[in-house]
Design a protein around this ligand. Structure first.
Ligand SMILES: NC(=O)c1ccc[n+]([C@@H]2O[C@H](COP(=O)([O-])OP(=O)(O)OC[C@H]3O[C@@H](n4cnc5c(N)ncnc54)[C@H](O)[C@@H]3O)[C@@H](O)[C@H]2O)c1
Length: 262
């Protein structure tokens, strides 16, 4: 697989979100056929409308926490003739003290972030074996280190990071590569939601508190979705051939040492 994706089919979940849309745009620039899944039918349709001018694109409204929806998404993608790349970007955030966590919060977040990612991988495997394709999962720095009041999200992303390793090994004999990217805070609708929902009415204060956790001090900034998309694209391209079962940090060093992870 080279930087030219013109004969490749790429599936993206959570495609209408900040990272998912940036990933879809990056692959569209390389000429890929895109099969884009998201729960948000309106924003998905907008994105498909935008990208239809650039490449072949199919939008599939789906809830990745439902295995039947995932199977339908993968079937739609297989109907293009092949699946080369699966990017699992659908995700939800929840935070708060563990003792206040509800069963509904746990089920919602684990079902989307972990179960959704796993079954998208699982159901795409037969097609990926045919193409010696690859999977890129959106984990998080929270998938690598623990932080206070993020236990549910962290558990879900820790699961994503380890299932990435397990699948990387399992699928290596078929030359199917499975990697995860582990970003710190990316300026997307998810981060805005975090600040709005958990910032105590002061979203700017929430952002400022996050950035105090970065080793860059007053030069700290959030990651852009395009920076993450570029890493995802690299992992799907030929120079990444030796990389599998890896969790690649893109986090300004927040997970590299004690005291910095947010
Ligand atoms: N934004 C960050 O700071 C950050 C940091 C590290 C990791 N991540 C991870 O990156 C991924 C993308 O996050 P983002 O920042 O683009 O978030 P986002 O909220 O902008 O996008 C997530 C997308 O997932 C979709 N989605 C939610 N539930 C779904 C479901 N059940 N089925 C299908 N689609 C569903 C949403 O509609 C949305 O379009 C997520 O897995 C997230 O956990 C984000």
């Amino acid at each position: 697989m080279t930087g030219d994706m013109s004969s490749r089919t790429v599936v993206v979940t959570g495609a209408a979100g900040g990272v998912g849309a940036a990933v879809a745009r990056r692959f569209s620039e390389a000429g890929a056929t895109l099969v884009l899944g998201d729960l948000d039918a309106v924003r998905l349709e907008e994105l498909c409308g935008e990208l239809a001018a650039v490449c072949e694109v199919h939008g599939v409204t789906c809830d990745v926490s439902r295995v039947a929806d995932v199977e339908n998404l993968i079937a739609e993608a297989a109907a293009t003739g092949r699946i080369d790349v699966l990017v699992n970007s659908a995700g939800l955030w929840v935070e708060g003290p563990a003792e206040e966590t509800t069963e509904a919060d746990w089920d919602r977040v684990v079902d989307v972030n972990l179960k959704g990612t796993f079954f998208a991988c699982s159901r795409a495997i037969p097609e990926l074996k045919k193409t010696e394709g690859c999977i890129i999962n959106l984990s998080s720095d929270c998938g690598l280190v623990g932080t206070p009041e993020t236990a549910v999200y962290t558990a879900s992303k820790g699961g994503v990071s380890l299932l990435t390793k397990a699948l990387g090994i399992e699928l290596a004999p078929h030359l199917v590569r499975v990697n995860a990217v582990c970003p710190a805070d990316i300026m997307t609708p998810m981060l805005q939601y975090q600040a709005d929902a958990y910032g105590g009415g002061d979203p700017e204060g929430y952002f400022a508190r996050l950035l105090t956790g970065y080793p860059q001090g007053d030069k700290a900034r959030f990651i852009t979705p395009e920076e993450v998309a570029e890493l995802v694209f690299f992992l799907a391209s030929a120079p990444a051939a030796p990389i599998t079962g890896a969790n690649i940090s893109i986090d300004f060093g927040t997970s590299a040492g004690y005291g910095y992870a947010e």
